[in-house]
Design a protein around this ligand. Structure first.
Ligand code: TXA
Ligand code: MG
Length: 336
């Protein structure tokens, strides 16, 4: 049994490196969400990450590198993969490629492929540099909980099992990276919606990209970010098209009215009432994404009986927002 600990939230990359050398995973900020990091060659710490997150062993981890040189140490890269990395890195694009032998099986869940990205934040990059090898890092939340976008959110979910949380402020994007598989170069597949839109990648590559919307039922999961249920709060979450004009019917009236939180993406054309929240005062989708997980997590902790939230326009990062919302929702009441 692991002793209960109490995480320190701090700003020192030296301290993060100290704890990694002590054999402890540390939470680090990226531009997407906070990650729970371990050096690629420290199997002991990687095992701890699975245990602390209560993450199934068939769910592989993303390897975080500094640049294309480090990418080529862990994966076999085609010119197309390098071209994408040069364009979008450092940034929220994860590439799935054939792995090289130095990547241990526990990282890839035994698959011959590896997911790699170069994070943008200076703090994360500094830790990679000081440790001298890539860092594996899943999101710093317990399995199927909401991904953390602030140091305090990490603390709430995992503060009793971690020693150190490196605080880099709120994550700039707030949803996890876009995942693109390049295993079949002629048919790239989008495995997870993220901050870099599918259309942007299609334009850059000059070819269409297939979206894989569900994990296969058997064997190692293609990409468990595609679990149908994921990112879930404990409080029932209702997803609707247009909250300002939503009219609950029948059995939904109570759930809509009694001790419920109502979350608008943009300001409605009237004053807000108690229990109503707005994600972006400036009607900016980017800001909605940035605040989404934090507000769901806060409202979840605030003991509402239900959370009602509306879907985003299906463009740019809106697809990633809708994807996360539909996985978090207990009741999806959108018009189909
Ligand atoms: O933005 C992000 O990607 C964040 C930050 C911390 O970098 N990380 C993150 O990690 O979201 P995680 O573990 O929560 O999600 C990683 C996703 C999972 O859906 C996993 O199945 C997929 O990446 N993945 C990892 N390796 C894979 C592989 N070889 N093939 C396909 N999918 C893979
Ligand atoms: Mg995750």
């Amino acid at each position: 049994m692991r002793h209960r600990v109490q995480a320190v939230i701090g700003h020192s990359t030296d301290e993060a490196v100290f704890w990694l050398r002590q054999g402890e995973p540390v939470a680090l900020p990226t531009e997407t969400v906070y990650g729970l990091a371990a050096p690629l060659d420290r199997l002991d710490i990687i095992h701890k990450i699975y245990a602390l997150k209560q993450r199934p062993a068939d769910n592989p981890l993303i390897v975080h590198v500094l640049d294309c040189d480090q990418l080529q140490e862990v994966a076999q890269c085609s010119p197309k993969a390098l071209h994408l990395a040069e364009k979008f890195w450092p940034g929220p694009l994860t590439l799935v490629l054939p792995k090289k032998p130095c990547v241990p099986d526990i990282v890839t869940a035994g698959q011959p492929t590896v997911a790699v990205r170069a994070p943008q934040t200076a703090l994360f990059r500094e830790v990679i540099q000081k440790i001298g090898v890539p860092l594996v890092a899943p999101s710093a939340n317990k399995f199927q909980h909401v991904s953390p976008t602030t140091a305090h959110q990490v603390y709430r979910d995992m503060g009793d099992v971690l020693h150190y949380i490196l605080d880099g402020g709120a994550c700039r994007f707030g949803v996890e990276s876009t995942i693109l598989s390049l295993l079949d170069e002629r048919h790239p597949q989008l495995l997870r919606y993220g901050p870099i839109a599918k259309e942007t990648l299609e334009t850059f590559l000059g070819q269409s990209i297939e979206t894989v919307s569900h994990a296969p039922q058997t064997g190692a999961h293609l990409s468990p970010g595609l679990y149908k249920k994921h990112y879930s709060p404990q409080t029932p979450l209702y997803l609707v098209d247009d909250l300002a004009n939503y009219q609950p019917s029948g059995g939904l009236r109570d759930a809509f009215a009694k001790n419920a939180a109502h979350v608008f993406l943009f300001p409605p054309e009237r004053h807000l009432q108690k229990g109503e929240f707005v994600l972006s005062e400036h009607s900016d989708l980017q800001e909605v994404a940035m605040r989404l997980f934090a507000i769901i997590s806060e409202l979840d902790a605030a003991h509402y009986d239900a959370i009602w939230i509306e879907k985003a326009p299906a463009k740019d990062i809106g697809n990633a927002i809708n994807d996360r919302l539909s996985r978090a929702a207990h009741f999806d009441l959108r018009a189909k």
